[in-house]
Design a protein around this ligand. Structure first.
Ligand code: GRF
Length: 210
């Protein structure tokens, strides 16, 4: 299965996908795409010779560094995904909303990882440490990552898989982040594997992993 990974930050989930022994013969990462000019995840992509692209306007062209990334529009990106025969788009820490025309074209073929148990602690502005602060402030006793299909709004698509971790003893949001991240690195490759094997199905409006 050919996939594209969208990132905005450090790329530890991208690294987990690359490192996954179970995915090695199942997937091929055709492109890593970001909305950030100097995205640390690009270093990871480059070191594995994966092509990198930045979504932006030509006005930002002069800001490009000497990396191998190219600046493209969402229209060009959409063409590129078709050209690469990308079957699954993985949002791994990508912070922007995906335009509707891409969502429609890739219905049930775009997944996102969110660092909390949706449908709680999601939506606009709920990213990075903000999520873990909200979880911490709520005094919730469990947290964990959610992998879900992406629809037109932030964090509202149907849930594919979740993992839970006890956080009753934590003393900071950072501690929650650390525990959840460990599980993110397991659940994202797990879900990608299940999709590649055709084991994620929609039945009676629910997502079932078989
Ligand atoms: C992760 O916590 C992910 O759940 C969220 O953004 C973060 C990205 O981390 N959507 P990384 O860039 O994969 O290290």
């Amino acid at each position: 299965m050919k996939i594209a990974v969208f990132v905005s930050g450090r790329g530890s989930n991208l690294q987990a996908i690359i490192n996954s022994g179970e995915l090695r013969n199942l997937i091929e990462i055709k492109a890593v795409i970001s909305d950030k000019l100097d995205c640390p995840a690009f270093e990871i992509a480059r070191s594995h010779s994966i092509p990198t692209y930045i979504i932006g306007s030509p006005r930002s062209e002069h800001l490009l560094k000497a990396g191998n990334e190219r600046l493209i529009s969402y229209n060009e990106l959409s063409d590129l995904l078709i050209q690469f025969n990308v079957e699954l788009i993985v949002l791994a820490g990508f912070l922007k909303l995906i335009p509707d025309f891409i969502i429609k074209r890739y219905k049930f073929r775009i997944i996102n990882i969110h660092p909390a148990l949706l449908p709680s602690f999601g939506g606009k502005g709920m990213y990075g440490i903000n999520v873990h602060k909200a979880v911490f402030d709520s005094s919730a006793k469990v947290s964990g990552p959610t992998v879900h299909f992406v629809d037109e709004t932030f964090d509202t698509g149907k849930i594919i898989a979740q993992r839970c971790v006890d956080i009753s003893d934590v003393s900071s949001p950072e501690e929650i982040a650390e525990r959840v991240l460990k599980l993110e690195h397991e659940i994202l490759p797990f879900v990608i594997k299940k999709i590649a094997e055709g084991k994620v199905i929609i039945e009676g409006g629910r997502v079932v992993v078989v």
